[in-house]
Design a protein around this ligand. Structure first.
Ligand SMILES: Nc1ncnc2c1ncn2[C@@H]1O[C@H](COP(=O)(O)OP(=O)(O)OP(=O)(O)O)[C@@H](O)[C@H]1O
Length: 245
C-alpha cells in the first residue's frame, strides 16, 4: 500500500498533489487527444478550505474527480495521509481507493444517488453505521443534520426518490457532512440552494475547519466562495502549454 517513493506527509498537510497531468482521448473522433491540465501542484492544510478557481472549462471538476479517483491520472502523484501511512492515489488499487473513501476522504456533491426504499433518515445515518456506530445513535445524529438543513420532519421516514430537487440536495449534504473524514471534497454543494440553506452549509464548513478537516471545493457563487475560502488554487496556472513560472 505504501510506495517507497511516496514522500512522507507532515500532519498539517494531509493531501499533496504533484505533477498531475490529464488528457481525454476522444475515441469517437479518431482518438484525438484533448489535454486538460498539466503539472498540477498544490497541497491541502488541516483546518483550511482551498477553492479551485478559474473560468468554465479550465479543468476544476477534472482535478476534483482525479483526486477522488473517478478519473484516471496520466502522470503525477496524489498522496494522502491514510490510516497512519502515505498512500499515492494515482497508483493505488481500486480496493485502496475505496478504503480511502470510507475512512479518509469524503465527497459532497449536489446530486443524491437515490437508493430505493431507504428512508432519508437512513440515507444520512448509513455512513456512520458503515463506520461502526450503533444505528440508534447514527439516526439521532442524522435527525440533527436533517433539522439543520431544514428538511421537513414529515419526510424523514420516506425514501428521497420523490423529494424535490432541493430536498434531495439537502439530504445529500447531510449525508456528506455527517462523517468525520479528515479530508472533504466539495463539488458545488451550495449550487441552487436558497440563502438560508447556503448559510447552513457555510456554518457546517466552519465547524469542519474547527475540527481540523482539510477541504478542497468548487464554488461558483462568488459570495459563498468569499465566505468559505482560505485560499484559491487558480487552475489556469496548469493550462496545457503553459510553462512553469
Ligand atoms: N469525461 C470527459 N470526456 C471528455 N472531455 C472532458 C470530460 N470531462 C471534462 N472534459 C473536458 O475537459 C475540460 C475541462 O472540463 P471541467 O469540467 O474539468 O472544467 P471546469 O473548470 O470544472 O468547468 P465548469 O466550471 O464549467 O464546470 C473541458 O474542455 C471539458 O470538455
Amino acid at each position: 500500500m505504501v510506495s517507497l517513493y511516496t514522500p512522507s506527509l507532515p500532519a498539517a498537510r494531509p493531501l499533496i498533489v504533484t505533477g498531475l497531468d490529464k488528457s481525454f482521448v476522444m475515441h469517437l473522433r479518431d482518438g484525438i487527444e484533448l489535454p486538460v491540465v498539466r503539472n498540477v501542484e498544490f497541497f491541502l492544510e488541516a483546518g483550511k478550505l482551498a477553492v479551485l478557481g478559474g473560468p468554465s472549462g479550465a479543468g476544476k471538476s477534472s482535478v476534483l474527480k482525479m483526486i477522488y479517483g473517478n478519473y484516471a491520472v496520466d502522470a503525477g502523484n496524489i498522496v494522502v495521509a491514510h490510516r497512519g501511512a502515505a498512500v499515492d492515489l494515482a497508483t493505488a488499487s481500486p480496493r485502496t481507493v475505496l478504503d480511502v473513501r470510507n475512512y479518509t476522504m469524503g465527497y459532497v456533491s449536489q446530486f443524491l444517488r437515490v437508493v430505493p426504499r431507504v428512508s432519508a433518515l437512513d440515507v444520512v445515518a448509513d455512513p456512520l453505521v458503515g463506520r461502526g456506530m450503533e444505528r440508534k445513535e447514527a439516526r439521532q445524529r442524522a435527525e440533527k443534520m436533517l433539522r439543520r438543513l431544514n428538511v421537513p420532519e414529515r419526510l424523514w421516514h420516506l425514501p428521497p426518490a420523490t423529494f424535490s430537487g432541493g430536498e434531495q440536495q439537502r439530504v445529500n449534504i447531510a449525508r456528506g457532512f455527517i462523517t468525520d473524514h479528515p479530508i472533504l471534497l466539495l463539488d458545488e454543494p451550495t449550487a441552487s440552494l436558497d440563502a438560508t440553506n447556503a448559510a447552513a452549509v457555510v456554518e457546517l464548513i466552519a465547524e469542519k475547519k474547527a475540527r481540523g478537516v482539510a477541504m478542497l471545493g468548487i464554488f461558483h457563487d462568488a459570495e459563498t466562495r468569499k465566505q468559505v475560502a482560505d485560499s484559491v488554487i487558480d487552475v489556469t496556472r496548469f493550462a496545457p502549454g503553459k510553462t512553469a513560472e
